[in-house]
Ligand binder design. Structure first.
Ligand SMILES: *[C@@H]1O[C@H](CO)[C@@H](O)[C@H](O)[C@H]1NC(C)=O
Ligand SMILES: *[C@@H]1O[C@H](CO)[C@@H](O)[C@H](O)[C@H]1NC(C)=O
Ligand SMILES: *[C@@H]1O[C@H](CO)[C@@H](O)[C@H](O)[C@H]1NC(C)=O
Length: 568
């Protein structure tokens, strides 16, 4: 079964898509795009569960409304969440005066391909019989038959949805297993077996078969023109000095005639590597490791060297490699499990709602290889791969426990905590969108312009501050992480979190996490608000609260609030 990783919220979706399309042919500029993207507050992480969402959104107005371009969580409340609602502890954080409201709400990105928007078309084509069933195949959890991205959905998997997701990412094959799991790949690395062994109904459509136990029903996808080009598309990572030992750092390489970015990316994708490094007429494939960390990008000019097969592309040279990230999933950080022995120490992953808690959970799960738990229960998160979600928060089987609580008693029940602090201006907007977004995932103009927004700010802004101050005051052994710093320097901040959790750091694993962070990023979730929703009075209040928090952080000798939102 696949794990799951997802995305943080953001603004500027459409603009970014456009920019990205524009820069596709000008890869050198792609770096600026990534920077812009990060500044916009959006990091996407996508593996299994969340890729599942993406295929549906945008298919037609109906499913779009259901899935929303934004929050898988808010949606889950309506759909899957319902199933568990009565039997499990409900979400119950909130300002002390509010009971039982909502869930965590970083804006999950769930729709849109990073390559382009013309997905509906693609979808249609698959539907019109562009995918051909080719047989029932053996699968093995240790050696997957299809090694691209994967996702699962125990409620709603359909053949079409799986095909759609794989096609969208440019894969050649889509395979369904166990009624609920979808695997994509560029080649099938297993033997076929008798049809009778693929005998499980799809969870989302009883009329179709979706493999069996360790059996895959595999389809070959006839890629449209659109997908074919997407297959060649990849994320520009930058210009990097050649590693000391190329064969060690990038184990597979070949000389390519009429070299182009697409040719090298295709080769590395075909060989299931997440990095394609171009060096003149040579193409090297590998993964980011301590031998090739991608931590120190060079001036892009150093890499400029016209590709033999593509006049407008730069193919690097012997000393400086142009590096792209392919769509191949880096599986080195995808495995997760529960703690082998129950921990007596309970570590909180505390944050104000809307401050990126779920994103942090993803990062921690990938970086440590252990599931995280939650003080609440959200069925949709469970179904998307947060297996620790169903544990009681005191089970001791999870590496840390998500919570938005801010009561002294709740805080004191943890032995240590990672406290995520996010710019309140951003967190409030994210939470407001989540709270009023309903199925579509965005608060409507009426909410922003009406009395809800000022009311919300009045209640929540002070809670942002008291939440933080309470954790600093009552929390034992608090490790402060600023959301903005985490985005800025994921590797280092994540490394510190892993150390704080008392685990050994595997740098290769961290590099895998960092690579996967934007490895599959998609259209960002938050619709850009056309105007500034904060009035001068609100700003005065919030700035005052930030100052108070900042002063306390300073006094506690921990990292102060980032400059970019520290009032001057
Ligand atoms: C595997 O596929 C081939 C070609 O489609 C078919 O002839 C053969 O019977 C299949 N093997 C099994 C065990 O069904
Ligand atoms: C690179 O590493 C390989 C494998 O360890 C080794 O055989 C080779 O000699 C090294 N090459 C250089 C140039 O150091
Ligand atoms: C490379 O380009 C030349 C000239 O356009 C063409 O004749 C040749 O077939 C190409 N070679 C490959 C391997 O694509």
């Amino acid at each position: 079964t696949g794990g799951s990783c997802a995305a943080g919220g953001s603004i500027m979706a459409r603009a970014l898509l456009k920019i990205q399309r524009y820069f596709r042919r000008k890869p050198v500029r792609f770096f600026s795009f990534i920077l812009l993207y990060l500044t916009a507050g959006s990091l996407v992480f996508l593996h299994s569960g969340f890729s599942g969402d993406s295929g549906q959104a945008g298919r037609d107005p109906l499913t779009l409304a259901e899935n929303g371009p934004l929050s898988s969580e808010s949606r889950g409340l309506g759909l899957i969440g319902r199933v568990f609602k009565d039997t499990r502890r409900a979400a119950r954080f909130g300002p002390p005066w509010m009971k039982g409201n909502g869930q965590d709400g970083p804006a999950w990105v769930s729709a849109g391909s990073r390559s382009r928007g013309a997905k509906g078309k693609n979808t249609k084509e698959t539907e019109d019989g562009r995918a051909k069933y080719i047989g029932c195949y053996v699968d093995d959890t240790q050696k997957r038959a299809l090694r691209g991205v994967s996702f699962f959905d125990y409620k709603k998997m359909t053949v079409f949805r799986c095909q759609d997701n794989c096609a969208e990412r440019g894969y050649m094959y889509a395979g369904l297993e166990f009624g609920a799991e979808c695997y994509c790949g560029h080649k099938i690395q297993a033997a076929n077996v008798s049809e009778s062994e693929c005998n499980m109904e799809c969870k989302g459509e009883k009329s179709n078969l979706c493999g069996g136990a360790n059996r895959l029903s595999i389809y070959r996808l006839e890629l449209s023109q659109e997908s074919a080009r997407r297959y060649g598309s990849a994320i520009f990572k930058g210009c990097f000095r050649r590693p000391d030992n190329v064969t060690l750092a990038l184990p597979v390489g070949a000389v390519i005639q009429n070299m182009s970015v697409d040719k090298c990316v295709d080769m590395c994708t075909e060989k299931e590597f997440s990095l394609a490094a171009l060096a003149g007429d040579k193409c090297h494939c590998g993964f980011p490791t301590i031998l090739f960390t991608l931590h120190e990008p060079e001036e892009e000019e150093l890499c400029i060297h016209r590709c033999a097969g593509e006049d407008f592309e730069s193919c690097g040279n012997d000393e400086y490699f142009v590096v792209y990230q392919t769509q191949v999933q880096d599986n080195r950080c995808m495995d997760r499990r529960f703690l082998p022995t129950r921990s007596k120490q309970l570590t909180a992953l505390a944050s104000f709602p809307g401050a990126g808690n779920t994103w942090a959970r993803h990062l921690i799960e990938l970086a440590t290889g252990y599931y995280t738990g939650s003080y609440y229960f959200d069925g949709s998160l469970y179904n998307k791969g947060f297996k620790g979600e169903r544990d009681h928060w005191r089970s001791g089987r999870t590496i840390c426990i998500k919570t938005h609580e801010s009561g002294r008693k709740e805080i004191e029940s943890f032995d240590s905590s990672i406290l995520i602090i996010r710019n309140p201006y951003k967190a409030l907007m994210a939470e407001f969108n989540r709270k009023y977004g309903g199925h579509i995932g965005f608060a409507s103009q009426a909410h922003w312009k009406g009395k809800e927004w000022p009311e919300f700010v009045k209640n929540y802004a002070p809670w942002w501050a008291s939440h933080t101050l309470d954790w600093l005051k009552y929390g034992k052994n608090v490790h402060v992480v600023h959301f903005e710093d985490l985005k800025q320097d994921l590797f280092l901040k994540l490394k510190r979190m892993v150390l704080f959790l008392g685990l050994e750091v595997s740098e290769d694993r961290l590099l895998c996490v960092v690579g996967q962070k934007d490895g599959n990023f998609k259209r960002s979730g938050l619709r850009k608000l056309e105007y500034d929703p904060y009035t001068p009075e609100m700003r005065a209040t919030i700035d005052g609260l930030i100052r108070t928090v900042d002063a306390t952080l300073k006094q506690r000798k921990v990292t102060r609030v980032p400059e970019d939102y520290r009032p001057r």
